[in-house]
Ligand binder design. Structure first.
Ligand SMILES: [Zn+2]
Ligand SMILES: [Zn+2]
Length: 612
């Protein structure tokens, strides 16, 4: 956890303390930090609403004022279970009912892992930590909203109330955050997306969380894909295409089943077409039930790419092999978690998997970072941070694959590349993926809001599970390392982010409406001139249209401004005579007249260079 996350997670404990002072019977499940704050899931007969916030916050204030120490205590499994049975976990003391969710969580902790409880004042919670030193370190906090969530995300489990809040080191930081949120509201990607006709949600026919890209949104999608394809081609990637689903065996091998099952759409059952499951004449089983096959929609592209690697023999000369695909994945996000384009159930990912030798790893990883920096420059992202999650040697074989030497080697390589390239990063222990270190890339939009846009992972376990090998110089078979990377994240999340970042005023290369040719009047010669300009722009793949009629020029311009047309080429009789056009830019007004050929060349150059 970062320092701010520690503070926010500590605030979740303070929230639970406060809720228990008001409703001692409350049963708590999980209370982690999240992107913009924290939450705690609670089961309580009273339905908490924003009207209760003031009262809860007042109790929280008492707890931070008391400045209690967060005390860490190691306990045995039996001690912890005994406490849970007496209702003492996530509680202020013994209670008539057991702390049922904590009891369940305890039972899920792998054998041999250290169990800790944390205390602040008379509140005790089962928790792996870490925490800030004292409750008083939480300088400012605020409860923000309530949602509902099933325990462990499974709708067969009880439904809980998820109380969200945020917290900061001090009040100034919190005030800045809420001022930024006000600005973000004006830039809400759902609002702008609808006004500009970028995407639509159709929960009734298509389903919740499954966005439809309208023509104007698709223009942005395709510009991003073009950027990715050009960039990846230059960096030596090759492109592949894979189906949207695969058999159960695929995900049983990758480990998505059962560990990731709750985030996947349920299986499709089909009668088996497998010859191996046909009744054999030698060993006929008359009572055999009909064999079935299970197919799953893919939640990630990696397993398919691994099978592409496996489809052909490889020698060390083929490596690094960089397989790229804008792959469409499906994730079963809970309906309460769905949010515009930011949390969806179908996602198009700027994915690639780099298979390389250990010797090649550092160079490949460096090149991936350079690609990020190149993209940040194109999108004008001045502030970013890479969050480097590493393993905990004490948890090898449990939380992390038991490869101590590989962990050390890859983490050292990642760290030194990050330092050498002068990349802004923070190291977070104990948060790596099971199969290798990972890097989450956080960026800040123009108004200072933080987004996690992408994750890179190093994987030294799954390629082995899939039996991927290459023949090395010494003719021995070796398993490649795999780097998962997706610098532009998913179209959904990235475009959601860009809408806020640009407030919908996209640079010319990304703008859904790039150029509009506008005539002053409908004179025949003028109309012919407009059509000629329009035709030339379209021939060069510029998204150009025309506004020809007799509407007053003011109305035509207002209309173009309203729909955020990037460049307006206004032509009147004087322009026609001079073979010129008057150029207006969205939000900037008139920037002067230019000869027609020069104006068109400018437009083409700005698009080609992806000028800001
Ligand atoms: Zn905790
Ligand atoms: Zn992957």
């Amino acid at each position: 956890m970062t320092e701010l996350e520690r503070l926010r997670h500590s605030s979740a404990h303070v929230l639970a303390t406060a809720i228990l002072r008001i409703w001692p019977e409350a049963q708590f499940a999980a209370g982690p930090p999240v992107e913009q704050g924290f939450y705690y899931d609670v089961e309580l007969p009273h339905r908490i609403t924003p009207e209760d916030f003031e009262r809860i916050e007042a109790e929280m204030k008492k707890e931070t004022k008391a400045n209690h120490v967060f005390e860490r205590v190691e306990v045995t499994r039996d001690e912890a279970i005994a406490m849970a049975k007496e209702g003492k976990l996530a509680a202020l003391g013994a209670r008539p009912e057991p702390s049922k969710f904590k009891l369940d969580i305890l039972q899920r902790i792998p054998e041999g892992e250290t169990i800790t409880i944390y205390r602040n004042g008379d509140f005790t919670d089962l928790c792996a930590g870490p925490h800030v030193m004292r409750t008083g370190n939480i300088g400012a906090f605020k409860l923000t909203h309530v949602a509902s969530a099933y325990y462990l995300g499974d709708e067969k489990n009880p439904q809980l109330q998820r109380i969200y809040g945020t917290a900061f080191k001090n009040k100034t930081a919190m005030d800045e955050y809420f001022a930024m949120l006000e600005e973000a509201k004006k830039r809400d990607h759902r609002k702008i997306g609808q006004e500009m006709g970028l995407f639509a949600m159709d929960p009734e026919y298509v389903g919740p969380g499954l966005p439809l890209w309208l023509p104007k949104g698709t223009a942005i999608v395709e510009e991003l894909e073009k950027l990715a394809k050009e960039t990846e081609f230059a960096a030596g990637y090759v492109r592949v295409r894979t189906p949207h689903l695969a058999r159960e065996k695929m995900y049983a091998t990758s480990g998505h089943l059962p560990y990731y099952a709750e985030s996947m759409f349920p299986a499709m059952e089909l009668a088996s077409e497998d010859s191996s499951s046909q009744p054999s004449t030698l060993n006929s089983q008359p009572e055999a039930t009909v064999a079935t096959d299970r197919y799953f929609l893919k939640a990630m592209n990696c397993p398919h790419h691994h099978r592409i690697f496996a489809a052909e023999p490889h020698s060390y000369r083929d490596l690094p092999l960089r397989l790229a695909e804008y792959g469409c994945c499906y994730r079963y996000e809970q309906s309460g978690e769905l949010f515009g384009l930011m949390r969806v159930r179908s996602l198009n990912m700027n994915d690639a998997h780099i298979y390389c030798t250990e010797e090649q790893f550092a160079e490949e990883f460096r090149a991936v970072n350079e690609m990020y920096l190149k993209y940040f420059a194109i999108f004008g992202l001045g502030k970013y941070q890479m969050r480097f999650s590493t393993h905990d040697p004490a948890k090898l074989g449990q939380k992390f694959v038991d490869e101590p030497a590989l962990w050390k080697k890859t983490e050292d390589m990642v760290r030194s590349v990050l330092i050498e390239s002068g990349i802004n990063f923070v190291e977070v222990p104990n948060e790596a993926a099971f199969y290798g270190p990972k890097i989450d890339v956080q960026v800040w939009s123009a108004i200072g809001r933080e987004f996690t846009i992408a994750t890179n992972q190093v994987d030294f376990a799954v390629p082995r599970k899939f039996g991927l090998v290459y023949r090395d110089r010494d003719n021995a078979e070796k398993t490649p390392l795999c780097i998962h990377r997706a610098p532009l994240g998913t179209h959904e999340r990235f475009i959601g982010f860009l809408i806020e970042h640009y407030a919908g005023n996209f640079p010319l290369w990304l703008a859904p409406d790039q150029v509009r040719v506008i005539t002053i009047g409908d004179d025949e010669a003028l109309t012919a001139y407009a059509k000629e300009i329009h035709r030339e722009l379209r021939a060069n793949e510029v998204r150009a249209d025309m506004d020809l009629g007799t509407d007053p020029i003011k109305a035509k311009i207002a209309n173009a401004e309203k729909t955020k047309v990037h460049t307006m080429l206004v032509i009147g009789n004087r322009d026609l005579e001079a073979g010129a056009v008057s150029i207006r830019l969205h939000g900037k007004g008139n920037v002067g007249a230019k000869p027609k050929a020069e104006a068109i060349a400018d437009v083409l150059a700005a698009i080609k260079e992806r000028r800001a």
